[in-house]
Design a protein around this ligand. Structure first.
Ligand code: GLN
Length: 339
């Protein structure tokens, strides 16, 4: 998606308001200022109807397409949100960086590089061509192939233990009792033939470290966990806060694990739109076909946005625009200002 062109249609009329609210990151350190800015962005994006619900997972086609939420969690744990920020949605691929983080916590930073890969694919997230085109086969932990390889590396005596460890980890990050959405899980299971093919192919290449159907089941469960936009932002805030939980101060990840996760998110978090995203937004991020995106501003904050309609790459249209708008207005991009 060309974020700049799409964004320009909606932002042109509101620049004056934005400057009146806040123009620089330094100016937005208070919850009230951030809430005012998020409210402006929310109001601007509310009328945007571009994009479509994902057709290939029927349960995701049943959600209200007009839902829209933005949440910011500062590195010190202060939380600000607007819109439907407490409405649960399926985390889908936005779970993938957190699973990779757990595997590195359990087995060391090098395991993802050696056994999965860290290169961007340039292909869609569920591409089989990407597996054939890359020597690592599994490519990186944020596309379906590498995410299944990552799941297969989870510590635990058997699939049930691996899954309960993973769900417990997500709950710890979110600081909330996250649950599996059974309807989404059933839907993903019934329609996951392509992922079945990917798991089998990886196994054939020696890049899946468990039994394909058991691995795919854990992968499907991880996609089907419900989160709210606020909870997703809290999960991201652990990464923004260098691995310490912002609410409790507890160290959950070593800094070198956080940097590894952020590196992969920067290169591959938005799939074949990662280059456009780096250019326009400049933040490590991860999207899911449930409509959520989480972006990290290291040391400062995590931003999550949610809106169900997706572009051709499977990234939420309005969630991308919301994060782009905030990043541009507050100069949050890691590479410097964008227009
Ligand atoms: N469960 C989805 C799939 O495997 C996740 C994809 C996504 O969110 N991009 O296709």
């Amino acid at each position: 998606m060309n974020l700049k062109l799409l964004g320009a249609r909606f932002f042109a009329g509101s620049i004056a308001i934005a400057f009146a609210v806040a123009a620089r990151a330094d100016a937005v350190s208070s919850v009230d200022e951030m809430r005012a800015l998020l409210a402006v962005i929310h109001a601007e994006l509310k009328p945007v109807g571009d994009g479509n619900l994902p057709g290939y997972i029927p349960a995701l086609g049943d959600v209200d397409p007009d839902l829209l939420a933005i949440a910011v969690v500062f590195a010190d744990g202060r939380t600000v949100s607007v819109g439907d920020a407490r409405h649960p949605f399926a985390i889908m691929s936005a779970a993938k960086p957190f699973t990779a983080a757990l595997v590195m916590k359990q087995r060391g930073r090098g395991v993802i590089r050696e056994k999965v890969g860290v290169e961007p694919t340039g292909y869609p997230f569920n591409s089989i061509d990407a597996i054939e085109a890359h020597a690592e086969r599994s490519v990186n932990p944020l596309v379906n192939a590498g995410a299944m390889a990552t799941v297969s590396l989870l510590a635990g005596d058997g699939p049930d233990a691996q899954w309960s460890g993973l769900l417990g980890w997500y709950r710890q990050l979110a600081g909330a009792d996250l649950q599996l959405n059974e309807t989404v899980y059933a839907s993903v299971r019934e329609t996951g033939l392509r992922n079945r093919a990917i798991a089998a192919l990886l196994r054939e290449y020696g890049r899946l470290y468990g039994e394909p159907e058991a691995v795919r089941d854990i992968y499907n469960r991880q996609s089907s966990v419900d989160v709210t936009t606020e909870q997703l932002a809290m999960m991201g805030a652990v990464l923004a806060n260098g691995g310490r939980h912002p609410a409790t101060g507890q160290r959950l990840l070593e800094p070198e694990t956080v940097s590894a996760v952020l590196a992969v998110m920067t290169m591959a978090g938005m799939y074949d739109d990662a280059g456009e995203w780096a250019w326009e937004v400049g933040l490590p991020a991860k999207s899911g076909v449930g409509g959520g995106i989480v972006a990290i501003v290291p040391g400062k904050m995590s931003i999550a946005a949610f809106s169900p309609r997706l572009d051709e790459q499977g990234n939420s249209v309005r969630a991308q625009l919301a994060i782009r708008s905030l990043s541009a207005r507050l100069d949050l991009g890691l590479f410097g200002p964008v227009e």
